[in-house]
Ligand binder design. Structure first.
Ligand code: ADP
Ligand code: MG
Ligand code: ZN
Length: 612
């Protein structure tokens, strides 16, 4: 949401509304004018009726205008002017004199020819064209951009410092990216410093990383820091209904940018237009034309004048290699998921916007959110604040934030959900199974929290493990310990109830994925040594992988995966059987309290072993 451009649809809609309003106002004025002119207009009567009125002595004034006779009656209530044709009655004057009304003629003033031309020719023309113009504008607005009239115009929006309102202080934890961008900011401040030495800065920099890591935010911050105009356009805006429009937009964008140099051009989601060109049937002509135009524009402009092109994408592997060659987007700035320190810093940046209790330990929250992106962390802080409001507190507490972490990971608590006693018991044993297996292995992260409160995500309970330190590497032993822990839930069910439930489906998925990765990508297989069997195709978006080996090898790999899982499952069962007393005691404790912390868990563990 925050990555949407500040000036989006609103002005267009407003302009449309305004022109429609003007049109209707004009129409209304016209109607009123006509009414005013027509009101109290003369009423036609017969000559005989006129004579009759004269004879009945009802007439007050008579005026002779051209070949018409205008009559006003004595009746004060009747203000109508009656007219009748002068039929050339020879007795008219006699009749009038006899009735004693005041009468006379009017000498017609001739209108100047200039004025009459204006009134009869020019004024209607002006009115018509005004109305027509308004009508046309409102219609063309409704058709939206991309119609014939706005052909070749671009939607590139100019917004400067004040409007992005972001600086590097708003971006936390992306120190390497910020450092790389600081150089660009410095260049924009003082291009001459660089040209004097003969140093050339890259024309373009590409921000790559998973969604929500702050790529759009960083680009805005660069504009904010440099205080130069910032042209922002999203890749999808280039792709138009008409072939050739995208290319026209690119041209227009670069023309504007060069006029405003020094400035920044930011192309968000560049993969929409920058996809690798290929000869595939049904290729997208429009997109390729747009891309070609972009390539030639990037070559065409003089980088030393201070135009810098930033682009962002989370699919760098799909970009056309031509975009990445030197002289174009040759500088690649990785914007990765934040590490522990980064997460803490991001949490603190967003904590500035909320009111938190002074004692809040952000480090604990950061440790519990391994793998979360900046956007998710921002969401967690906000969820915490929402919970504080819900509980009618006026500051956010540690507990609010911990609950928010779980909300973001596992969904909201379903307090009202009815889980029957038997199921609750199964879930309790399942979760304690995970926790016990984890606690009994050396290479496993400590248990942080166990709960059997159902969540809106469908989870009936879960065990949260939090590492003391950030880990980037995983040894074979740690991976195996993790798989054992994942199988621990099912193992406990089997041990206590004699059969497993469907509650282990997520564990099974995770365990299989990890085991497969060990074999196909981490080189942790006994058989395949350091041979890669899979490649990752979508590094930043879910990391899909695909086999790159023969079907026979794939079959063998599957066998090895199965072997690993079986071994780990057996190990988990072994651990639990050896500690069956603790399993029962802990499960009963969890059933009673529904949520227990890592310390409580360890306390029960310790008490038990001391008693034995
Ligand atoms: P991307 O473009 O990489 O998908 P955005 O820049 O749109 O991600 O980030 C979305 C939101 O997440 C930002 O508006 C900000 O609130 C938050 N965010 C992401 N990364 C960071 C960060 N490093 N520091 C502070 N906030 C961040
Ligand atoms: Mg973005
Ligand atoms: Zn489980």
């Amino acid at each position: 949401m925050p990555s949407s451009t500040p000036n989006g649809k609103k002005p267009k809609d407003q302009r449309l509304k305004r022109s429609m309003l003007a049109y209707y106002l004009g129409l209304l004025l016209l109607v009123i004018l006509i009414n005013v002119l027509m009101d109290d207009g003369p009423e036609q009567i017969d000559y005989s009726r006129f004579v009759q009125l004269l004879e009945e002595d009802k007439v007050a004034v008579v005026q002779l205008v051209d070949d018409q006779i205008a009559v006003k009656l004595k009746d004060p209530a009747d203000r109508t002017i009656y007219v009748t044709a002068d039929v050339g009655d020879p007795q008219l004057t006699d009749r009038l004199l006899k009735s004693g009304v005041s009468f006379g003629g009017v000498i017609q003033k001739q209108m100047s020819p200039l004025l009459s031309t204006f009134l009869y020719m020019v004024l209607p023309f002006l009115l018509m064209s005004l109305l027509g113009g308004l009508l046309f504008r409102s219609v063309s607005k409704r058709m939206g951009p991309g119609n014939a009239m706005s052909f070749g115009k671009s939607n590139a929006k100019v917004y400067v410092e004040a409007q992005t309102g972001k600086t590097f202080a708003d971006v936390a934890g992306q120190d390497e990216a910020k450092e790389a961008l600081t150089e660009l900011v410095d260049f924009l401040h003082d291009p001459e410093k660089y040209s004097k030495i003969g140093a050339q800065l890259p024309k373009g920099a590409l921000l790559v990383g998973p969604p929500g890591t702050g790529k759009t935010l960083l680009a805005k911050a660069v504009a904010g820091e440099a205080g130069v105009p910032f042209f922002s356009i999203s890749g999808s805006e280039f792709v138009e209904m008409f072939v050739g429009m995208g290319a026209a937009r690119v041209r227009d964008l670069f023309k504007q940018a060069q006029e405003k140099a020094p400035c920044i051009v930011f192309i968000d989601e560049i993969d929409t237009i920058g996809k690798r060109r290929d000869n595939a049937v049904g290729g997208n002509d429009e997109r390729e034309q747009t891309l070609n135009q972009l390539l030639s524009e990037m070559d065409g402009f003089d980088g030393s004048r201070g135009v810098i092109i930033l682009a962002a994408t989370n699919r760098p592997e799909s970009l056309d290699p031509a975009l990445l060659r030197p002289g174009r987007f040759d500088r690649r700035i990785p914007v990765e998921l934040p590490d522990l320190q980064g997460r803490e810093a991001i949490l603190k940046v967003h904590a500035r916007d909320i009111k938190a209790e002074p004692g809040v330990n952000w480090n604990v929250i950061a440790r519990a959110t391994a793998g979360a992106s900046g956007a998710e962390l921002a969401n967690i802080v906000n969820e915490g604040a929402l919970r504080a409001v819900r509980c009618q507190r006026n500051a956010v507490t540690q507990q609010d934030l911990e609950e928010a972490v779980e909300t973001v990971i596992a969904g909201y608590q379903r307090k009202g959900a009815a889980v029957n006693e038997k199921e609750k018991q199964i879930v309790a044993y399942h979760e304690i199974g995970h926790a016990l297996v984890a606690a009994m292995q050396r290479d496993s992260a400590p248990v942080h929290k166990i709960t059997i409160v159902p969540r809106t995500s469908g989870a009936l309970g879960y065990t949260m493990q939090v590492d003391e330190q950030e880990r980037r590497l995983m040894s074979r032993e740690e991976a195996l310990a993790k798989i054992s822990t994942l199988t621990g839930g099912r193992a406990a069910e089997e041990l206590v109830f004699g059969s497993g439930s469907s509650g282990a489906s997520n564990d099974i998925e995770q365990a299989t994925k990890l085991a497969r990765t060990m074999i196909t990508r981490y080189g942790m297989s006994a058989h395949f040594d350091m041979m890669a069997l899979e490649t990752v195709t979508n590094q930043y978006l879910g990391a899909d992988s695909s086999f790159i080996c023969s079907p026979e090898t794939a079959y063998q790999a599957d066998q090895e995966v199965l072997e690993i899982i079986k071994t780990c499952h057996a190990r988990a069962s072994e651990i639990l059987s050896a500690n069956i007393q603790k399993l029962h005691e802990l499960a009963a404790y969890l059933l009673e309290k529904e949520t227990i912390t890592g310390e409580e868990f360890m306390a029960v563990m310790g008490r038990n072993s001391a008693a034995q």
